[in-house]
Ligand binder design. Structure first.
Ligand code: GLP
Length: 237
């Protein structure tokens, strides 16, 4: 894992935007797995700006969403709602090139199976954009004795239930749908964005290099193509 520190989220996202554009230029039809949340937001804004100037860059890109809150209406605080606004509309991604969990799915097993099949058909993921949960989660792969390899229903930790994305929603999700750890680690390239308050402890744990299921992000050390871009906040390193 290569780690680069930045003084602020803007500088971090400039670098992230540059790395993503480099990959898209090399492979215009790449499968990009996208996390939601606040960390990658300036990156998506950077890509949207680029799209205004050179939209053809995104003509073939395929987007797959990393995870989803279960039980949120699709247009109210869901990862899909976020992606529609920040990624799909600005980059004009056609619906045949966009893949996501349905936050309102009734048959969870069937929904996980469907997304796994999408991944089998469209994958492997060429580039995976991740954020770091305050408890070390990736997507909704929460700290646990045993981590799940593939798409699954996750019981959300209290920390996840308090995430900003669901701070103002009327429904309060206690479950999430997410790609599993093996799905994530099978990506050819990963960009982990670390910014935001309350990440000092978990960032230190990640940087220690010790791999533990209690901090799922530490498994990224096993991958040989991870760029970790981190906004340093004093004593992180
Ligand atoms: C959320 C999402 C993740 C996200 C992470 C970090 O709960 N499930 O996909 O990457 O937590 O979010 P943020 O970047 O807002 O800190």
């Amino acid at each position: 894992m290569t780690i680069t520190y930045f003084d602020n989220p803007l500088l971090m996202s400039e670098k992230a935007t540059e790395l993503v554009l480099e990959e898209i230029t090399k492979n215009p039809s790449l499968l990009l797995c996208a996390a939601t949340g606040s960390s990658p937001l300036p990156l998506y804004e950077g890509l949207a700006l680029k799209a205004q100037r050179k939209r053809s860059l995104f003509d073939k890109i395929r987007i797959l969403l990393l995870d989803e809150w279960l039980g949120l209406p699709s247009n109210e605080g869901s990862c899909n709602g976020y992606a529609q606004e920040k990624i799909i509309a600005p980059l004009e991604v056609a619906k045949e090139r966009y893949f996501n969990f349905n936050s309102e799915a009734d048959d969870i097993a069937a929904e996980c199976k469907r997304m796994q099949e999408v991944l089998d058909k469209e994958g492997p993921i060429d580039l995976c954009i991740l954020g770091l949960g305050k408890n070390g989660h990736l997507g909704f792969n929460e700290p646990a004795d045993e981590l799940q390899p593939h798409c699954h229903l996750a019981n959300l930790s209290l920390k996840s239930q308090e995430h900003d994305m669901v701070a103002k929603t009327s429904a309060k999700p206690v479950h999430g749908l997410t790609l599993g750890m093996q799905d994530i680690l099978s990506a050819k390239k990963i960009i982990l964005l670390v910014s935001g308050e309350g990440k000092e402890v978990v960032a230190k744990q990640l940087l220690s290099g010790e791999i533990t299921n209690q901090c799922p992000a530490t498994w990224l050390w096993k991958h040989d193509n991870v760029h970790c871009l981190m906004v340093s906040s004093g004593d992180m390193h």
